[in-house]
Every structure is written in C-alpha cells, then in structure tokens.
Design a protein around this ligand. Sequence first.
Ligand code: IVH
Length: 693
Amino acid sequence: MVYLFGEESSAATCYNLHMNTESEMLFQELINLRKEINFHNYRYHVLDAPVISDREYDSLVMRLREIENLHPEWITPDSPTQRVGGTVMEKFIKVRHPAPILSLANAFDPKDIQAWFDRILKLDNRVAQADFVVEPKIDGLTVVLRYEKGIFVQGATRGDGEIGEDITANLRTIRSLPLRIPVNANVFVPDVLVVRGEAFMMIKDFEALNRSLENAGEKTYLNPRNTTAGSLRQLDSRITANRPISLYVYQVVQSEGWFPETQMDSLEFLREMGFPVAEDIQYCPTVESVLNAVEGWRKKIDQLPYEADGIVIKINSLWLANDLGFVGKDPRGALAFKFPAREVSTILREIGVNVGRTGVLTPYAILDPVEIGGVIVKQATLHNFDYIQEKDIRVGDRVLVKRAGEVIPYIIGPILESRTGSEQEFIPPAVCPACQQPTEHLEGEVAWYCVNSACPAQLIRNLEHFVSRGAMDIVGLGTRIVEQLVESGLVKDVADIYSLKKEQLLALEGFADKKAENIIAAINASRSQLFSRLLTALGIRGVGEVMASDLAKVYHDLDSIGRATIEDLQTIEGIGPNIANAIVDWFNQPSNRQVVAKLKAVGVWQETNFIEPHSVEKQPLAGMIFVITGTLPQYSREEMKQIIEKNGGKVTDNVTRKTSYLVLGENPGSKLEKANALGVPVIDEAKLLSMIS
Ligand code: IVH
C-alpha cells in the first residue's frame, strides 16, 4: 500500500507515476475532495455544527469513491472512504507503547483530595502555587493513537500499560477520529505525535443501537462501556464501523519537536489539531477551587451525554507533574475522584413482559422501590430471556441494580449469598401477555415473539412509532391517548387515525374541545410529511430514518416499493438481503397491503410528499445550536425544541463554546452564568421567533 505523507501536491510526484494532464487534474480533485470531506466530517462529528446537508456530504463521498474506483492505486489508509472498515484479522498484534500508559489513584471523599494535596506539597513546595485542571472521567476504553507526519498510522488499546493490542483498522472507523491532522488549521504538526484518549458511546447512541437491535429481534447490550470495548475488539472492522463510537482525547503521550508545558495547553493543542476534546473541562487556579468544582460535579456528572464515573484532577504544569513521579503505576500529579456508584441491591418481586412493535417480547424487573442517586427506581430492564437464564436471575432474588447517568436502570445480577431457596426460576411466557395468543421462539434467535398481527399491544407500539418525532411527528398523540384510541376500538390500524372525528375524541375520557381540535389539526398537518417519514413511520424491520431516506431517493411512492423485488432493493447501497427480505415480506402481508391502500384513500400520499430535497442550510436555523433555560412566555421547552428543530437548528442541554444562542426564559438556572462566562449570546423567545419568521 502506498502511503501519502506531507503535502499531497508534492506527493503526486512521489508516486512516481506517469501522469498526463487529465489524471493530474483528477488526482488534484481527489486531494481536494479528501480535504473537503475531512473538514465536513470534523464540522459534523467534532464540532457538532455541520455547514452542509447530509445529501451534499454524501455526494462528495460518492465522487471520491468514483475516482478511487478508477484509480485504486490512489487509495490510502487516511482516505475518508476507508472509514467503513473491511480489514478482517485473525488476531490482534501486540504493540509497545512509546511511554507507559499510566493509571490513576482513586479518591472517594473530598478529604482525600486535601490529603493528596498535602502529601505532594510535602514532596515539592512548588505545589503551593500549583493550578489544576478538572476533567470528566469518561467511562470508556483507553486508546493510544499514533500519527506520523500528520497521518493516523496506529491505534492501540492500553493493555497492561506497556504493551497493548493494535486495533488501528477498528479505530479508523470512528467518525470523529481525525485520519489526518491538522484538520482545519495551518499549524505546526510534530513528525511523530502519540495521543491518549477514551473511546466511548454517547448514551443516546447506545440507546438507539439497542432499540434497533431490539426491533431486529437481536440481543441488546448491557451498557455503553462494554459495548464500546466489545466493538473495538472485533476482528472484522466492518462490524465496528456500524457501532456509534465517540472519542475524546486528553493527553499528549509523545510529540517530536514541541511538547506542551501545561495540561490546558495540551488540550488546546489537541483541539487545534482537530481532535475531539471534552467540553466540560474546568480550570482551577487553587486547590480550594478544585474542592468547589468537585461539589459542582456531583450534580453535573449524571447530566453528561455520556457515562462518567467521576472526575480527574490534574496538576496543570506538566513539568511539576513529571517531577512529582509515581507511586507504582499511578502518577502523583493526578487523582481520580469517584462519586458513589449508582448500584444498590433490592428484591426482584416479579418479572413483567412488554410487547414491542414487531411483537418481540421483552422482560423487565418489577422491584421493591429503591433509591439510586436521588431517584426512586421501581423497574429495571432485563434485556431478553437469554439474559435472565445466563445470569440465573430468579423471582424473589436480591439483585444488584445499576443506574448510571440517563441509562435505563438494569439488573447486574442476583446476589447468590442472599438466596433462601424460595426463589422461583422464570419461564418465558407461552402466551402473549396482551392478547393471550401463543408465543413463538425461533431456534437460534434470542427473541420470543407474539405473532398475532391483531395484538393490541403491538398496535399501540406501532402507533406510538408512527406518530413519533422522527416519523409522522404528530404532536400531542402521547402514549395514553394512543392506548385510549386502541382500547376504545376507534383505531384498528395506523391509517385509522386519519379518519378520526372530533366528536369521537370528545367521547374519550379527558378530552375537551381544544385538545380534540389540536390533535385533529396535528393529524391533518402530518399528511404533508415527506415520503421518507411515512416510510420510517410504517416500522418495517430494518428501515429506520437513514434507510427510509435512501429508499425515498429511488422510490417515490408506496406502490413502487411494494412492487420492488429483493434483487431490485439490494441495488440500493446499504440494503442487504435481510432488509430487502423484510421490506418484501412487509408488503406481502395482506394486513399491511390494506394499511397502504387505506393511507392512500385517506390522502396521506400527496404530491408534496415526494419532493425529498430538504437542504439543511436553506432552513433559517441551519447549523445553529440552541440551549433553552427557564420558563418561556409562550411555548413549553419541548415545543420550542420542536420549533427550532423544524427550522434546521439543534437543541442541546449544556451550554458550551459551540452553543450559538442561549434562549432565556423566566427563572433561569446556572446556564445563564455559563453562557455569560463563555460569551454565548443570550436571546429571548420573541427574538428567536423573529429569526424564523
Ligand atoms: S488521565 C496519567 N483523564 O480513567 C494520566 N484518564 O485510571 C492518566 N480516563 O483508564 C489518565 N477520562 O483511561 C485521564 N480525562 C481523563 C480520563 C481518564 C477517563 C480513564 C483512563 C484510565 C482511567 C484512570
């Protein structure tokens, strides 16, 4: 394989190929495309602030692929096309780290922090003047990344701190990992640069992954950390490429030519190079401010969009930290402070069973209520029936429950020492708990199914999905109303909601004029949703938002998809035999055919639905990130969020430097202070509405 080093324009000659003008021009186009794609990739995955639409991005990648197909000899490992994986290995090769990859001493009490400070002060009186950096301690997998002449050449796990495993091919699939640095600046790049960071999964990405696995009847994962570790230890990097892994880097391990003097400088340098660096980092000028910061973190830690099991306190001066030396493998210049684990034990009273949209049955634990980190937990997920068996979880067991961050609480396992002998083994139900029809379990599959297509529980889940935000987006049709509609017999399939009359709604409990009118209006408004949304809404196995939008580029109505064969469908990139089969199966089912015909009859397919181009940057708030705080005069926070998103903007929970505006209501929280400190502009509801009118 030929590696391109340094400036590619001169590298063209390094290839030593005979190039005529035409291929020179093509080569230059390829170089420009790679730069452009890397830049947009960085805007999207690192800065969270894209400046072009997904469609435009896709067309750049498509063009690059086209050129690389014409000239496979030009493909280099740092080409953005190489992120999809493809290398299948037999085993991981061991690599020696250029410097020991250390671990950290732990503290659990603020008193331990003071004691640590006093200890190191005794060793070196410069500590009296020391300043500090406090960072979240991300619960992921340590990775060590090596760049030579700006190109990512090797990535490894921590291993024993001296020797790790080479997982380069897998790491290359992480979208926010720069394949070439600097991404977007003209700055000095050391010839050799080795950095350390943490690979992890954002909680929302982890939950979405589990939801899609659940829908496909596959095994779900336990927690983001194990999923990340498992994904990065795959021998087939194509599997890793399909897992939504994120990365934050926090340490320069080796750098030839220039080395940062402080931790703050390191982070700044890494940011400048284009690496993803955590936003939530605090500079603390004194140990007192560290102690204050720790108290602030106690509340914040669970609100992070990823799991963090504590914080890391670091002496800012890397010289001083180095001079302080080590105790075993722990450097004296840093300390991990861990908050109490969100794990408690309680009694599992009962195992309940939920019926999913596709009929998949999922067990959940009904617990003796217990407080975990300020929240009363009464239920926890049990994942699937295999999990109950593998962990030998029995009804009546004392079980260990974990609630971390926003992740749904789950059962770690039974406490065997507490068994009395009266615990009952659990047997998967022979009949569906909602419709009492026999359940089915396919040999080799994890899931148990209710196969009754008229099962009311499935219909409720289907409707919930149909009206959800990423699908038809019918505001106001919450779970309770959906249940009422099904239980009252008013709705027997998703198409029936379009025939609902105001009077019918008024006959249901809790409905007054206004509420009924709003719902009918929201239902009517959804008739003009894009065709891709209607496709998503149908809930065909494997057809999520991305797949639906790919399908909608080729097929413009349900009839033509319904006529497509498995072979036709597989010509679309990303559609393999499983999804193609699922689509054909779905359209072959008489009940689904009826839904399609009914949707057409009630006018859900309109001309406008077929017009897909929906360029992000044409929307007034495209590329902008908002945070909302306090009570707004007209709209609820959720409504405001929907308004912003409809106009192309994004809403996040925390104010960071990337925030475009803080939308301020009455009684704001600490977000206002943070916005002021970071110089983020503050606007009110009226100003925001004027931006979109
Ligand atoms: S500093 C000498 N900073 O926590 C430097 N570690 O034992 C030592 N971790 O497995 C590490 N976030 O991978 C540092 N912001 C952060 C971190 C962090 C997570 C992990 C690290 C290691 C463990 C510490």
